[in-house]
Design a binder for this molecule. Sequence first.
Ligand code: F6R
Length: 610
Amino acid sequence: MCGIIGYIGPDPCAQILVQGLQKLEYRGYDSAGIAIVDGGQLQTRRARGKLMNLIETLARDPIDGTVGIGHTRWATHGGPTEHNAHPHSVGSVAVVHNGIIENYLPIKRELIAAGHTFKSETDTEVIAHLVWQNRQRGIGLEQAVMEAVRRLEGAYSVVVVDAEEPDTLIAARLASPLVLGLGEGRNFVASDIPAILSHTRRMVFLDDGTLATVRRDGVVVRRISDAVEVPVEERTIAWSPSLAEKGGYKHFMLKEIHEQPDAVANTLRGRVSLERLAVDLPELQMSAEEFAALSQVYVVACGTSWHAGMVGRYLMEDLAGISPHVELASELRYRRAPMDERTLIIAVSQSGETADTLAALKDAKARGVRVLSICNVIEASIPRASDGTLYTHAGPEISVASTKAFSTQVAALHLLALHFGRLAGRLDDDTMRAELSGLVRAAASMERMLQHDEPYLQAARAWHEARSMLFLGRGALYPLALEGALKLKEISYIHAEGYAAGEMKHGPIALIDETVPTVVLAPRDAHHDKVRSNLQEVKARGGPIIVIHTEGDEETAAMGGIAIPIPDVPERILPLVCALPMQLIAYHMADFKGTDVDQPRNLAKSVTVE
Ligand code: F6R
């Protein structure tokens, strides 16, 4: 949800900023812009639409200079026009911002009354005016920004540059992500790690409510509330820069789909012991006694992560005898669900920055609830607000449509269910051995599945012009049907619905005709016969079928016009392997249609606004 970057160092920085924005473009692509101090003057270039337009503008009209800021926008306040594009500048000051300033209107009215003229409809522009107003009172840049952001309510990460104090960048955050990258004689600021990973692995994750003064030779971080300096805690990131490149794949999404066997193996690495028949999760910081004292568990998430949470419910019911409430964060945070110190809430989030999930978690924490998270991005806001975090270690996910985040979240939830099951004394050694070896072998099954794309190409060729599609699954594959429909909608723009297969006859079956294909998840599992009956009901009404079936189950394969085989894996591993056909159907449909697979319209990867 908007990406921001800043650089200060010895090098001409236009290219550095643009390269960073390329890595951040998944966060928004309504417009892009940079501002650089060039020969003592602030130079700004902005362009509506994708970053490519800014690159063309810069080719026609380049800027020099070694300190600057950049932004890629997902529009909230004001349309996706050039005049609403960041950076917003007033006088010698320029600002980039990610977040929403909730009290911008009264501030704007006050500034207009004081004679300020606004050039955009954005909430961000008030920040530039406030800083400039303070600067005109003769206040240094650090203090000017500090005083300005103290007036803001809502969420922000901002970076400010001022041509009149050209050896400093000021960065500040409240409830929106911001990371500093430390180099030799050069320093960076960015919304997330991949934007600066090719320059440094030394990162500082800013806390909420802090402001950093970034110079070529170092950074100083202060609390915004009282300006007291706080220690700078440096972390070295293990991700390699190549993980944030396409590596020969046509799209990041396809690359990330293919990374899933490794990503799942990374989630399991060091946590599974087949000798001791144990799952080791010390990062949960939770004793057997604390677990035994729990009275209820909530899983809270949004979008794809919510679907993973739904799979988690089946796993926890089966393995740990716990039936968690699986909730959409945007709903839970406004409900008055009873929670107390005996409640556990598990937040699931790839980015660790999703505003609704973070708010639901903080709200629960304020009520004394114990908070765990399952997250991919290290040191993001959600893990920082949690009592314990299970990192999925999927590596950077760049494609807006989530893929390896889902499968690694499912693997992490499986580990958690096994851990809880052991703590609850419900899992005997034989069950544990079977579960663990099933999980460990899952990566190899996924690897094998990724060697064949013919059935997906066949489905895409046949149906990429469909206006609507249905996805059916039962049991733990019901969330997979939801996920398949979500993936298709978001990247191919084909309307799609995911349903519990048994629910079809309660209404949705009325949608079926020969133009509406239905994807049926029908591998051999406890629901196999029932799902096959549901499939026949669709078929009897003329609906075309794409069937996902167990290898060798020719009878089920023959029920579909298009049949997609999956390996014969243990039942509780099915959600992991079934994720691949859901993703690949959507991917190839979108690719056939020629949509912008990695950056679908209207979406942004990290939803840091409500
Ligand atoms: C769908 C997708 C979104 C995210 C959702 C939550 O492909 O990517 O639905 O799953 O925005 O994001 P995280 O997991 O970062 O909290």
